[in-house]
Ligand binder design. Structure first.
Ligand code: NAP
Length: 256
């Protein structure tokens, strides 16, 4: 167990923090802590105005946040942003690679552009941000990296060859990072959400929603807060013995 009296203020970066799951993760990680150390959360996405609103919400609740408007699909801009955050804050402890997109199509109709964009935004960005974060984390012999995958990456999903490949790629990537950085106090895990009610899933027809809900042991769809709660534990000081794991937070959808 971590000793609360010796824990510094952790610096956390959350990508895709302007809405949905990323916003819930940012709000949760920024919650003021009883021991006073807490976390400063840097919110990343492309939309500065939305990030500013989330940052205001965090500050109003007594937390600490700042924003960085970056397209995570731009590797140079993303690496530069991570370097800047580590330099400005003097450390980097937690990285949550959450930003993601879908460009669904059946494989016979899927264009190269649809494939490439999804791989770049969902998978390559996690590699770029992890590579840039590894050095400052290793320096302090503490780091928590979480990659937000999907149950589509675990069991596949028709119409999502690009997305499932990117999300499955995150799982192999995370196990490798866990092996490479474990001895330096840096863990790397995957959270694989099932169906979560956000903008990403807003267009699904009501009948499909009902079918999905009925098939789940918990008989409800997921909320962004369900994912944020899991991320909070995995990124905590107490979770140092948990690494290389994929935790499906999916209402029981994919349990073996
Ligand atoms: P969402 O509501 O569509 O939000 C996506 C977030 O990613 C937004 O903050 C968006 O911000 C950001 N983003 C997208 N492209 C970006 C880019 N190029 N650069 C920087 N930021 C970018 O999606 P969500 O449902 O919260 O999903 C969050 C993560 O969970 C994704 O990785 C998704 O694949 C995964 N997931 C979701 C579900 C689900 O059912 N919702 C299930 C499994 C996995 P801006 O538009 O402001 O840039």
């Amino acid at each position: 167990m971590a000793d609360p009296t010796t824990v510094p203020q952790r610096i956390a970066v959350v990508t895709g923090a302007s809405r949905g799951i990323g916003k819930a993760i940012a709000l949760r990680l920024a919650r003021p802590s009883p021991n006073g150390a807490g976390r400063h959360v840097v919110l990343v996405s492309r939309t500065e105005s939305s990030l500013a609103e989330v940052a205001s919400e965090i500050t109003a609740a007594g937390g600490s946040a700042s924003i960085k408007a970056v397209d995570v699909g731009d590797s140079v801009a993303l690496a530069t942003a991570i370097d800047q955050i580590a330099a400005e804050r003097g450390r980097l402890d937690i990285l949550v690679n959450n930003a993601g997109i879908t460009r669904d199509n059946l494989v016979l109709r899927m264009s190269d552009a649809e494939w490439d964009e999804v791989i770049r935004v969902n998978l390559t960005s996690a590699f770029v941000a992890t590579r840039a974060s590894a050095r400052p984390m290793m320096k302090n012999r503490f780091g928590r990296i979480v990659n937000i995958s999907s149950t589509s990456g675990v069991v596949g999903n028709a119409g999502q060859a690009n997305y499932a490949a990117a999300k499955a790629g995150l799982i192999g990537f995370s196990k490798t990072i866990a092996r490479e950085l474990g001895s330096k106090g840096v863990t790397c895990n995957v959270i694989a959400p099932g169906f979560i009610e956000t903008d990403m899933t807003a267009n699904l027809p009501g009948t499909v929603r009902e079918q999905l809900t009925g098939g789940l042991p918990v008989k409800r769809l997921g909320q962004p807060g369900d994912i944020a709660a899991a991320v909070e534990y995995v990124t905590s000081d107490d979770a140092g013995f948990l690494t290389g794991q994929t935790i499906c937070v999916d209402g029981g959808m994919t349990m073996a």
